[in-house]
Design a protein around this ligand. Sequence first.
Ligand SMILES: CC1(C)O[C@@H]2[C@@H](CO[C@@]3(CNc4nc5cc6c(=O)[nH]c(N)nc6cc5[nH]4)OC(C)(C)O[C@@H]23)O1
Ligand SMILES: [Zn+2]
Length: 372
Amino acid sequence: MTEFRYELLATDGKARLGRIHTAHGVIDTPAFMPVGTAATVKGMLPENVADTGAQILLGNTYHLMLRPGAERIARLGGLHKFMNWDKPILTDSGGYQVMSLSKLRKITEDGVTFKSHIDGRKFALSPERSMEIQHLLGSTITMAFDECTPFPATEQQAADSMRMSMRWAKRSKDAFVEREGYALYGIQQGSVFENLRRESSEKLAELDLPGHSVGGLAVGEGQQIMFDTLDFCVDMLPANKPRYLMGVGKPSDLVGAVMRGIDQFDCVLPTRSGRNAQAFTHRGTLNLKNGRHRDDDRPLDDQCNCPACTKYSRAYLHHLIKAGEILGAVLLTWHNLAYYQDLMRGMREAIAAGRMEQFARDFYAGQEGGDI
Ligand SMILES: CC1(C)O[C@@H]2[C@@H](CO[C@@]3(CNc4nc5cc6c(=O)[nH]c(N)nc6cc5[nH]4)OC(C)(C)O[C@@H]23)O1
Ligand SMILES: [Zn+2]
């Protein structure tokens, strides 16, 4: 069996090249984790997600406990078998999704009770129940149960929220069932306040967990406030363990956060945008609904080797989108996931070669694209 281990292979400024060893395989970092909320990366077969270079997927406790149910997935062999993905899976712990999706929720020191956004049934989540669900799913990386502090928050609100999340982190660790090659990550909170981020980091350090995430960001604060917060909060987390920035982000977020020391990312943007006709390319973003593409037989992105870019034209993609054809959403999702993995691979190679600054300059110049 494999022990869960983070290898720091190279650094370039604050950027890090690393490798995470897990029971379900290796993750080269910096890494982007495609979101597979309801046990599927929407519109994609798992083998094609793997073909883009993804080595780990994200799942959600909240969605899977509502439907089809964690006990049912466990009876059917666990989430890996259920969705036919045998590489690592990281699952979020559910608190944040409760706040952003469910109705009639109530928060107490014990946890949260809420009504399903699907059928109104009543559910409860606590650190203990979240750990149990993630264990039933067979998650490779389990996230502690926390409360994502809304933005903006006063310092007092952020302090109260962070302190409850730290009490819940201890309860999460006490309830987590240790298995070789599996890990529990702690979640740093504290909103945009340096003193609170430090207090949160010190509390997490007492738990000696194998990895950590920066929570409480990508909640509407905007890129500059996110970067200003990352400038001080990432270094507060142990350098010899992975650092995961939750819910981020658009391509320029990824480049800026890698340069501030982040190793793991997840975001619905590449898949959600793909279903909404938006394509990320090396020359900037395109919306294939736009009529200017109707006669354009160029590939979407001439630096991409995904099926959408090697086998089809912009005109065809535009046609599929206008016709509401499922294949349009599939091909643009596929391309966006491939583009995100190419971006991560490019950053890993740049860090290995000590030219991350140049990579970032070239990236921003490319995004200005001009006639794309
Ligand atoms: C960027 C983009 C496109 O992603 C969408 C939408 C709004 O932002 C997102 C992504 N931001 C995001 N921040 C997070 C913070 C935490 C956190 O503090 N704790 C835990 N356990 N999980 C978290 C998950 C997070 N996701 O949040 C939801 C509401 C999940 O939809 C996502 O804008
Ligand atoms: Zn492509």
